[in-house]
Write a protein that binds this ligand. Structure first.
Ligand code: GDP
Length: 445
């Protein structure tokens, strides 16, 4: 690729005033850049204090230089990091000097990571983990993203792919070299392995979307008839400074969301239009959206008016399922309902007086923790992973189907399953199949 012949550079820290600004340079001729800036080539991988000069030998700044000769760097190419004073003019001057150097140009978005991937430093799941780590807003997201950048998820998929490569090697050996000295019962042994893999991949897929929800945020939706106190609830949640990540307001008839950090998990709470028989076209649309939100919610907060007890609004009550919390609001206006409601698994609250609000927060937190907490095993974090794994599993299920008699077709399904896994990590090389065939069976002796 044309761009690979260039050195690329970019400001790695946010623009604007700061104590320190870091500029990163990567490419085949970074050694020339470093020599030109510092006049000498410093010791690799050690921070060195030095003057940085432009091409007229005028000093640009004095700062730290880190120099990583290839291939031991983030990108796999030679990389230099310049730690400058974080002033606008200093950074601008350095970027302009770098831009004048031969074979050196500003990096495009994600280009350092792309080079790291192309040089085999990161697989695709690690690349995605890195993007998630930069975007992480809560502890849960940070921990999951870090595990992914460390290769835990990619490692799992690569281990499955390695087992498929092995199985395929055995199947192909059986097909192509059946007259050779091959161990007997090979096909049965392969089938046992493939069935085991089906179970493991099936379990991994049946994770209740844990990793994906952790990444995008757990979605709670407030639903109820008009005037039961839905907006009051979202306002209360939004005013809890400890909880808020980013408030996002829509229009009153639309959906209003707040993003909370509850116990380290990102929780998005959405307020919706009141549920009732509406005539007005805008209101009807609002209610349609509220119902759509209810469908995709991880948790429904169903809010009722205590004064209606026990004749609760049917539109709301009809949405009740195992992913619901029942909230009975305005108990200040009907105090006798509080104990009755609690006995029926309702949370009695008053958003006016604040009574019971903490219990609602704790209940949300508990539900989120039950759904997302606990597991340290790497979980898939994107629809992309889920899609490829589903393809992989479908192929393997076909392959282990007792009706799948023809070895060639079984081998083809295993090959397709392998490719699906390879697409997740971005490493699909068929060469290793041959390697295993030759290593294990000494064919062609
Ligand atoms: P929404 O239409 O469901 O969003 O309801 P709002 O949050 O806008 O509340 C409707 C009305 O009920 C407002 O006048 C609130 O002040 C009032 N309200 C909300 N919660 C309570 C409560 O716990 N007790 C009392 N007495 N009034 C409340």
């Amino acid at each position: 690729m044309h761009s690979e012949h260039h050195n690329i550079f970019a400001l790695a820290t946010p623009p604007g005033k700061a104590g320190v600004a870091v500029i990163r340079i990567s490419g085949p001729r970074v050694v020339k850049v470093v020599e030109s800036l510092c006049t000498v080539l410093p010791v690799p991988r050690k921070a060195v204090l030095c003057n940085f000069y432009d091409d007229t030998k005028e000093i640009i700044d004095r700062g730290l230089l880190l120099w990583f000769p290839e291939p031991h760097s983030f990108t796999g190419e030679s990389v230099a990091e310049l730690h400058l004073h974080g002033g606008r003019a200093t950074v601008e001057r350095m970027l302009s000097v770098l831009g004048q150097m031969p074979g050196t140009r500003p990096a495009e978005a994600g280009e350092f990571t792309r080079r790291a991937f192309e040089n085999g430093k990161l697989d695709l799941t690690e690349v995605e983990g890195l993007a998630d780590l930069v975007a992480a807003e809560t502890e849960g997201q940070r921990r999951q993203a870090l595990r992914q950048t460390e290769g835990r998820l990619g490692g799992l998929y690569e281990s499955w792919r390695a087992r498929l490569i092995q199985a395929l090697a055995h199947l192909e050996a059986d097909i192509d070299f059946s007259d050779e000295d091959l161990p007997g019962g090979l096909q049965e042994a392969v089938a046992v392995n493939l069935r085991q893999l089906c179970t493991e991949i099936g379990d991994h897929l049946a994770d209740g979307h844990r990793g994906e929800i952790l990444r995008r945020g757990f979605k709670a939706v407030i639903l109820g008839a008009p005037n039961v106190g839905k907006s009051s609830l979202i306002n209360i949640l939004a005013q809890r400074e400890v909880a808020i990540v980013t408030p996002q307001a829509g229009t009153t008839r639309d959906v209003i969301e707040v993003h909370l950090d509850l116990g380290g998990y990102l929780v998005t709470v959405a307020d919706t239009a009141g549920l009732r028989d509406a005539q007005d076209a805008v209101e009807v649309e609002g209610i349609r959206r509220a119902r759509a939100q209810a469908q995709s919610a991880d948790l429904k907060l169903l809010v009722f008016d205590a004064r209606d007890w026990p004749d609760l609004a049917m539109d709301t009550a009809g949405l009740r399922d195992e992913a619901s919390l029942l909230v009975l609001n305005k108990v200040d206006l009907a105090p006798h309902t509080a104990a009755l409601a609690a006995a029926h698994n309702f949370l009695p609250v008053s958003f006016l007086t604040g009574q019971g609000v903490d219990a609602v927060l704790r209940a949300i937190e508990k539900t989120v923790e039950a759904r997302l907490g606990g597991s340290e095993t790497p979980g898939l974090t994107r629809e992309r992973h889920r899609r490829e794994l589903s393809i992989c599993l479908a192929c393997l299920q076909r392959a282990v189907d007792p009706g799948a008699a023809m070895a060639e077709l079984v081998a083809e399904d295993v090959r397709l399953a392998m490719r699906a896994l390879g697409r997740i990590t971005g490493r699909a090389d068929v060469e290793d199949i041959l390697d295993i065939v030759f290593a294990e069976f000494c064919i062609g002796k």
